[in-house]
Design a protein. Structure first.
Length: 138
């Protein structure tokens, strides 16, 4: 005999109450808002703009899962060194060069050190604001 917890929609069939389609009924499934691994958005925290083909730009894993994104990067004094919209890991990227208000010209790489970012984007589940640090090493 099924308990009320086992038949959430009260249609008499507790086997169809699996809102995330993972094969586990909702009453046995712990609440977990973690997106599936193929939908995770993660900003790589290392940029080494030395031309070796590894970490030459700020790579964002899962960028294709974002909509209307914007990236802002600041130096340790809070001065914006990069501001961009629709970051895409292809041609709209941060290569360790200043693209915003800064004392460096646009062709010069920023000094090695810690920088802070704010990455805002939308997903199917709503608006996300991610902020953390990145390290630039030449």
């Amino acid at each position: 005999m099924d308990t009320p917890d086992e038949d959430e929609d009260e249609d008499g069939d507790p086997t169809n109450d699996d809102s995330d389609d993972d094969g586990t009924p909702d009453y046995l499934d712990p609440t977990d808002d973690t997106p599936p691994a193929n939908q995770v958005v993660e900003v790589n925290q290392m940029v080494t703009p030395n031309g070796d083909g590894r970490n030459d730009f700020l790579f964002i894993k899962g960028i294709e899962n974002t909509l209307n994104n914007s990236m802002k990067i600041y130096n340790r004094w809070g001065v914006a060194v990069y501001e961009g919209v629709n970051y895409n890991n292809i041609n709209n990227i941060f290569e360790g060069k200043s693209k915003a208000r800064s004392t460096l010209s646009a062709d010069e790489h920023l000094p090695s050190g810690i920088y802070f970012y704010i990455f805002e984007y939308e997903t199917e589940n709503g608006r996300v604001i991610d902020s953390d640090y990145i390290y630039i090493s030449k």
